[in-house]
Structure formats: C-alpha cells, structure tokens
Design a protein around this ligand. Structure first.
Ligand code: SF4
Length: 448
C-alpha cells in the first residue's frame, strides 16, 4: 500500500533546507507521495529510510527501464486508469520485430525503416524506440550476429526473444551493456531465465498462457528477488489482449495486487496478418495500457498516426502542449519578408505555420510564449497583449533580420493594435485575418 504524504514526512530529516528544490520537507513529502519527486533529491535521507520508502512509496505499477543512456526507455510507473484523472507518465514503447531467419536484405530494410521514420512535432522527435530481435534459427551465433548488427546500425533499445536459455545467453554476451529486455521467462524455464536476468542485471519479460499462469510465474520471480518485470498475458486476439490489459491495470491500481503491478508487453504483430488491422490493434493497445507494442514492420502510414496517438495520450492534460518561443522561418524568408506573430499553443502554431507554408510566400513567424494558450484565451488571460508582445518582438532578434517594421497580428486580437503601436512606436501594426485558413489569401494582398 502506498504511503501518504504525511506518513512519508514522518520519515524525512525535517531540516527544511530546500536542497530538494522545494522549501520544506512537508512539500517534498507531498510531491513524493504524488509521484512528482524522486527520493534521491534529498541528500539527507538515511539508507534505512531509503529502503523503507522505496518499497512503500513505489507506484502500483513498477517502472522498468530498458536500455542505457539517453535512449533508454522507461515504461510503467503509472498511477491512474484514465489520463484525465492526472496524467500517464511513461509512453508506450514501440518496437519493430526482426527475426534472425529473415533475408539480409529484409533485415537491412527494417533497420533503415527504424532509422529513417522519425518525425518532428512540437519540438520533439517522434520515432519507434525498440527493436525486438527474435531467434527463430536455433543458432546462437546467428542470433548474436543479428544483435551486433542492430546495435551497430541503430540506437534502439533491445528486446531479445528466444525460448532457449543458452541462445539467450549468447545474445546477452554481446548486448548486456545495453540492458536489453530478456523475453521471456515461461513456466518451464523460469529458473534459467531468472538466472540470466539477475546475472546480467537486465529486465525480464514474463509469459503466461493466461493471467492465472502469469501470476504464478511472476510470484515465483518476485520471490527470487526480481524487480524489473514486463508482463505478457499470452493474449493474441484483440479482444483478449484488451481485456487482459484492463484487468491487469485494475488489479494493480485498485487491489494493489503486486504480481500484476508491472508494465506489459503486447504483440499486435502476432494478432493478424493484415497490416492495417495490426495498426488499429496497436492503436487500441496504446490507449489501453500497453507498456510495449511489437509491430511486424514500420511504415509511415501506420507509424506516424501511432506516434501522434501516443504523444496525445501521454501528455499531461492539465498542461497545454506548447511550442518553443522564437522566430520560425517559413519558405526561406529574407529581409523583406512579412512578419506574423501568434502564441505558442501547439495547435495554433501548427495551423498558422501550415497555412503560411501552403501560401508559398516567405514569412517570419514570431511565436510568443503564452503558456501554451490559444490566441483568444491568452489575450483574455493578459498573456498575449501589447505589454507582452512588444517586449517579445524587441528581444526576439527579428529587427536584425528584416529592414521593414510591419507586424501582422491575429484578427482575433484586433483590439490591441492601437496599444501595440504605442508600445512598438516605429512599427506599423497590421490586423491579419481571424481564421488561419484565410492567411494565404491575406498574405498575397500584403507588401512588406
Ligand atoms: Fe527536507 Fe531533505 Fe528537502 Fe532538505 S532536502 S527540505 S531535508 S526533504
């Protein structure tokens, strides 16, 4: 059972020194209980209390890390059924399957697709995270060579898939420094796979034919001291997989049922031969509550929507998505190009920049930080008004890039034009259209 903030507070040093980035131990305890802080932020907690709190304050679904360094993937650590209750924390890992019996050309094609299918969105790079290297050859050397190749050619975190402990051991020999996910401990090989996971300090996948068998195996592994587990309930139809995901999440959250308190791995690639159907299954499982989905291949038309879905589900619903404040160059602008200003609400930015781009006219788009609010909301909250826009324009550096002084503001805030002209004395303020879709036609009528 997770501890409350007050219970955690009782165990803290009570120095109120602020070194943990909040002013008091009580505030830190509250953050810790809410999962917003890490215990390691307080340098004064004794080892004994650390152990005690680590267990007691652990989230109902334990977090698991796969991989090392910047590209390590963290899954699990979730605390709610629905994202509107709080937020989902660790996005579903998207994995590409590569088997060691595939033709070299096919392997190369898959590796290229993993490296190439990356998308910029709201200042983030969206891409798949993992490669699941599957042994189907029964040849340890072949399996190890494929792992080496994937390691050399990508920065993917790895899932190693084999039923044979000796072959898995050969795979780990060449990849243990990457902390791969070992998939999977099954009823008949629990000891051997648990040994490999312990020896190599790697997370371990657990496969059960059904939830009951999964619980049995997970209990055994926990008794053996394994803490980083990823669960596969054996479901290979969308109906059963969805049901198992929900049962698992509910058992972990509402019953604090520790054997199911781990992130999950699912295999849309094994649920259908139809690629579009596979994509829809993957989309369903991203929404409900897969820690990892393994796909048979990557293609832009399926990966991109899945990445966007994941991005949307795993953003904090209490914080609007925001673009970075700054100057955005569209269609190669020069010193004579027009200047538009808007807020940093991501959707606003994407729509406005898209419309400017489609006009094929060069322009500078100034995006002012308005805490991620849209134009009208930001204006109503005094975050996109003459007193915020003028200083932003002055410090943005746009004056060094153009030789004119004309600024187009959104039609929705036409009422601030007079005040803005006072704040930006040598500028001409032009009222743009209210709707972004009218921007291309409007720009054609303007001369900088
Ligand atoms: Fe309290 Fe530790 Fe934070 Fe200092 S660093 S305020 S002792 S919790």
């Amino acid at each position: 059972m997770a501890l409350t903030g007050i219970e955690i507070y009782k165990k803290l040093p009570k120095k109120n020194c602020g070194e943990c980035d909040v002013p008091t131990c009580l505030a830190f305890a509250m953050n810790l209980a809410a999962g917003k802080a890490e215990l390691s932020a307080c340098p004064y907690v004794s080892e004994e209390v650390k152990q005690e709190l680590a267990v007691a304050s652990a989230p109902p679904i334990l977090p698991v890390s796969i991989g090392e360094g910047d590209n390590a993937l963290k899954i699990g650590g979730e605390t709610v059924m629905f994202r509107h209750e709080k937020t989902f924390f660790n996005p579903t890992g998207i994995a590409l399957l590569i088997a060691d019996t595939m033709e070299e050309a096919e392997i190369d094609k898959r590796i290229s697709s993993f490296n190439e299918l990356q998308y910029e969105r709201v200042g983030l790079t969206l891409c798949a995270n993992l490669i699941a290297v599957k042994e189907t050859s029964q040849d340890a050397a072949k399996f190890a060579n494929l792992i080496k190749k994937v390691k050399e050619k990508t920065d993917a975190s790895l899932i190693l898939m084999s039923n044979n402990p000796d072959i898995m051991s050969a795979g780990l020999e060449v990849s243990k420094d990457n902390k791969p996910l070992i998939y999977a401990a099954k009823k008949d090989n629990v000891e051997a796979f648990a040994g490999l996971a312990k020896e190599n300090s790697c997370p371990l996948g657990v496969y059960g034919e059904n939830i009951g068998e999964l619980i049995e195996i997970t209990n055994k592994l926990m008794e053996m001291g394994l803490k980083e587990l990823v669960l596969d309930s054996g479901a290979r139809t969308i109906h059963k997989a969805l049901e198992d995901q929900i049962v698992t999440r509910r058992a972990a959250l509402f019953k604090k049922f520790r054997p199911l308190g781990f992130p999950t791995i699912t295999f849309p690639c094994e649920m259908t031969d139809d690629f579009m159907e596979e994509t829809m299954i993957a989309g369903t499982l991203i929404a409900k509550y897969a820690g990892i989905i393994v796909l048979s291949r990557l293609a832009g038309e399926s990966l991109f929507p899945l990445l966007l879905e994941r991005l949307n589900i795993y953003t904090d619903p209490q914080r609007p998505m925001a673009s970075k404040e700054g100057i955005y160059e569209i269609n190669s602008p020069d010193e004579n190009s027009q200047i538009l200003v808007t807020t940093n609400f991501s959707l606003t930015y994407f729509i406005v920049s898209g419309e400017i781009e489609s006009s094929r006219l060069p322009a500078w788009l100034l995006v002012q930080d308005a805490e991620g609010l849209s134009v009208l909301t930001a204006w109503a909250a005094d975050k996109f008004v003459a007193q915020t826009i003028a200083p932003f324009v002055k410090k943005s550096g746009i004056m060094d890039k153009v030789k004119h002084r004309k600024l187009i503001i959104p039609g929705y805030v036409a009422q601030i034009s007079g005040e803005l002209e006072e704040e930006l004395a040598d500028w001409e303020i032009i009222i743009g259209p209210r709707e972004a879709s009218h921007i291309p036609a409007f720009l054609k009528t303007q001369k900088a």
